[in-house]
Design a protein. Structure first.
Ligand SMILES: [Zn+2]
Length: 430
């Protein structure tokens, strides 16, 4: 039962939230968006059981619970390819004037274009077959409800949620992502972990079989629907060949959510080692057996195998110095960074709209897409890091880290990370 249920949920999670979460994660890294505070924290005794319970709730999608007590007949309409909110109202035989009134009422507070295929619109009919109410989700935590009495009345309702912290530990046999899925870790969380470690690790080369991953993260359960919304990573550790990399969440004095190691050093580096969507490339872990070329005298960069169209991120903050065809490099971008570094990206299938010479980009911002233009045998990214006009090996790059905590802030961090770590261990082993 559990296995049968699990896959559709995972697939729908991947397809709906996947790219959103990548971009959200990098926004988090770059803008340090302050996330919602945890309302209450609960240590979960038997994690597996609780998760199972929730996933069953998702599928039964108990929307009925959230509806007023008046006796209405509820019809759930799934939005199919090609449907619009208006076309659905037309199918329900609403008059054009009424449709216009309803739509303009909603669009005061919600952009109806944001409703996606697969989402549900619920309509409620009274005994005479008149639709008296329309409801749909604005986001997993919010319902928009339109009452259709004499006047059209719009109601936005926040659903109740409960917050949890959960810990997991697993060994990589294939890839961080696929083994994470096998260990019931949400794809949303896996994408965040890959983003967090992409400053330190090249997921195609550094991860070895028997790498140990240990993580703790926050999530909310929406009580009415059973839906889970994943929030911040609290703790993440990767141990490769006995070498440990670990990061703790910390809200800095200036109010940013950020990640630091035990010494209070920030996760951020001035240039990324892996300027690609880590989940995409980590899935080609098998490439290790047939390594695509690494850095040497003849080959002054590193190649990352990834499907055509995979987004390429700016390796660091900087200014676009070159965009265009460049001989064997095919479609090519070069960025000038402020500290004597440049990064170059070759064989692209396309450039991101708006990327042109002189444009300022932020680390993690999409600049183009993986392809196979120029001298290339298959889709991959050729990535070069140039320091004072000399090519250096991105894989051996040691760059200064970002913010380092000091003084009272460091003391505060040390107290907090000890609590995070103790909670993590107790959730794993008690
Ligand atoms: Zn190359």
């Amino acid at each position: 039962m559990f296995r049968i249920l699990r896959y559709p949920i995972i697939i729908s999670l991947i397809s709906s939230g996947y790219f959103l979460f990548i971009s959200e994660y990098f926004k988090l890294l770059d803008n340090n968006v302050l996330k919602r505070e945890i309302v209450n924290k609960e240590i979960i005794e038997d994690k597996k059981e609780i998760i199972l319970d929730k996933q069953e709730k998702i599928t039964s999608s108990n929307i009925k619970k959230s509806i007023d007590k008046i006796q209405y007949d509820q019809k759930n309409i799934e939005i199919l390819q090609g449907d619009t909110f208006v076309s659905i109202l037309e199918n329900l035989n609403f008059k054009q004037k009424k449709i216009y009134e309803i739509v303009s009422k909603i669009e005061d507070s919600f952009d109806l274009k944001k409703i996606k295929t697969g989402e549900i619109i619920s309509v409620f009919e009274n005994n005479f077959g008149e639709i008296k109410k329309i409801e749909f989700f604005k986001d997993p935590e919010t319902i928009i409800s339109i009452n259709l009495d004499q006047e059209i009345d719009l109601n936005i309702r926040e659903l109740t949620k409960e917050s949890f912290v959960e810990s997991k530990e697993y060994t990589i046999l294939e890839s961080l992502f696929s083994d994470g899925i096998k260990n019931d870790v949400s794809p949303d969380i896996l994408v965040k972990i890959i983003g967090l470690f992409s400053f330190d690790l090249d997921f195609q080369r550094d991860i070895r079989v028997n790498t140990l991953v240990s993580i703790s993260y926050e999530f909310d359960e929406i009580i009415e629907t059973g839906k889970l919304v994943y929030n911040d990573i609290k703790y993440a550790s990767i141990i490769i060949d006995g070498k440990q990399l670990e990061y703790f969440k910390f809200i800095t004095d200036d109010g940013y959510v950020d990640y630091f190691n035990r010494e209070g050093k920030n996760v951020k580096k001035s240039i990324l080692k892996t300027p690609l969507d880590g989940a995409k490339i980590s899935s080609s872990f098998g490439m290790r057996k047939h390594p695509i070329s690494g850095f040497n005298k003849m080959h002054k960069g590193v190649d990352f195998a990834a499907p055509t169209g995979t987004p390429i991120y700016a390796g660091g903050n900087g200014i676009i110095e070159y965009v265009g065809r460049n001989g064997g490099y095919g479609k090519y971008i070069r960025i000038r960074h402020n500290n004597g570094y440049k990064t170059a990206y070759a064989h692209l299938s396309n450039y991101k709209k708006g990327i042109s010479k002189g444009v300022r980009v932020n680390q993690g911002e999409v600049i183009g897409y993986v392809g196979s233009t120029g001298n290339s045998t298959g889709p991959h990214l050729h990535y070069e890091i140039i320091y004072q006009n000399k090519h250096i090996n991105p894989l051996k790059l040691k760059l200064p880290s970002g913010k380092i905590l000091e003084g009272e802030e460091l003391e505060k961090f040390k107290e907090e990370y000890k609590i995070i770590y103790a909670d993590h261990l107790s959730m794993l082993y008690e």
